[in-house]
Design a protein around this ligand. Structure first.
Ligand code: ATP
Ligand code: MG
Length: 413
């Protein structure tokens, strides 16, 4: 087909896009139009199948006849035969009058059976008969009706699957599929994505009298590489949603991502990025909390020290007034046992590698200052093999203080 003619058709039927597969599909539709052959249009949901039966009808000698589009998936199973083929008066409860079906009404015209795979098996038998003989029976009648109808069907399901599952007759499939037209998904027509976006945003802006949205380079790139499970319908919906919701007219990648379902699942690095930032935020919060608690503890301690300096450690006001502070500061300490009954020992423990693996126990660490101090003294003494001078040096205290603390904590050497 001449390119000029192709562009005219696209313009007439509102088809946007220059992908060669799309042009080829239009070409096949125009070529097959003057014949009476059945055509089956396949392709994922939202790829733009619905315009093809119209092209075929308009380019055929039937264009002055009727064009009836039937959504087979939307008609209840109980009434579909009657809708397609009509019924006689009194043929079932409630059939007070006779009725012409679409096949009779569309005589010398075209019927488009959309979502054809949804037809019940019994209806498939009737359809096969009308395709093969041009004849059918109304529901509840034995009189043969003749009709000259061109049938075009469409489906977004994998017909081979439905045949294997026994839900679609194979003979009907071959009869419908005389000429197949497959419309490619949007992800295989990347070059058309930006074109379609611009068309939808400008159309929407004009209709609603607002400035059209545009995309940053990053957003354009995201749009081009998205999976588009809902194809052109999804692209159109998203463009309209963004046009309404966003107040800014220049759409960045960050904004766009919010409108693309599953975007994060298909782009893992983006997920890690947000997780990292989150972890960092909570870590910072925890650190702030620790600093805040420490500051409070220090203030409490200052108060306590001040009171002790004024009244002496034994003063009852000090003990009563600060009982809660002392309890809070030493809440992790062991229950009080008379000091003289506790004897602490230290010994040099040799590492025993063979035992390491099967003796993994987790001890809850004490956070009491007294416990920590004692622990450090014991460690220092162990390290310096009991030499107090060296241990005191390491601990940064005088030998005398160390001596006093060994007595205080009852550490046995
Ligand atoms: N090439 C195109 N240019 C402009 N608009 C398009 C194009 N293809 C599809 N559209 C628009 O996208 C929407 C979906 O198209 P259509 O209804 O034909 O999808 P479909 O293939 O029939 O999907 P389904 O199988 O779900 O019925 C419609 O609004 C249609 O106008
Ligand atoms: Mg459709």
């Amino acid at each position: 087909m001449e390119n000029v003619e192709l562009q005219k058709i696209k313009q007439r039927f509102g088809i946007i896009g220059n992908a060669p597969e799309l042009s080829r599909a239009i070409d096949i539709a125009v070529q097959v139009a003057p014949t009476d052959l059945s055509v089956l249009i396949t392709g994922e949901s939202g790829v733009g199948k619905e315009v093809f039966p119209q092209i075929i009808h308009q380019f055929s000698s039937r264009k002055h006849g009727s064009y009836i589009a039937v959504n087979c998936g939307a008609i209840p199973e109980g009434t579909i035969d009657s809708e397609l083929f009509g019924h006689e008066k009194g043929s079932f409860t409630g059939a007070y009058e006779g009725r012409k079906g679409y096949f009779e009404v569309a005589n010398s015209g075209t019927i488009f059976l959309d979502e054809v795979a949804e037809l019940p098996l019994s209806t498939q038998v009737r359809l096969l008969r009308v395709l093969e003989t041009g004849e059918f029976l109304k529901v509840g009648s034995s009189n043969v009706v003749k009709s000259n109808v061109r049938v075009i069907a469409a489906t977004n399901v994998n017909v081979q699957h439905v045949i294997q599952e026994g839900r679609f007759r194979e003979d009907l499939f071959y009869r419908l599929n005389t000429v197949p037209i497959d419309i490619p998904p949007l992800r295989d027509r990347k070059e058309d994505i930006n074109l379609l976006f611009r068309k939808f945003s400008v159309d929407f802006a004009e209709k609603n009298r607002m400035p059209a949205i545009s995309l940053s380079d990053e957003a354009m790139n995201i749009l081009a590489n998205y999976r588009w499970p809902g194809n052109i319908r999804q692209l159109k919906n998203i463009t309209e949603q963004i046009s309404i919701i966003e107040s800014k007219r220049e759409i960045t990648g960050e904004i766009l991502r919010n409108y693309l379902p599953d975007y994060y699942e298909s782009k893992l690095p983006a997920v890690y990025d947000t997780v990292d930032r989150k972890t960092f935020a909570t870590e910072r919060e925890i650190l702030y909390k620790i600093l805040f608690d420490m500051k409070n503890d220090v203030n409490d301690l200052k108060k306590l020290v001040f009171e002790i300096m004024q009244h002496g450690p034994a003063a009852s006001e000090v003990q009563e007034g600060h009982a809660s502070v002392i309890q809070k500061l030493y809440q992790d300490a062991q229950p009080v046992i008379p000091e003289e009954k506790i004897v602490r020992k230290f010994e040099i423990i040799k590492p025993q590698p063979e035992n390491i693996q099967d003796t993994q126990e987790i001890f809850e660490e004490s956070l009491s200052l007294a416990d920590k101090e004692m622990e450090l003294i014991i460690k220092a003494l162990e390290k310096h093999h009991g030499k107090r001078k060296n241990a005191a040096g390491e601990l940064g205290i005088s030998e005398r203080t160390l001596y006093r603390k060994i007595k205080e904590y009852n550490i046995e050497e």
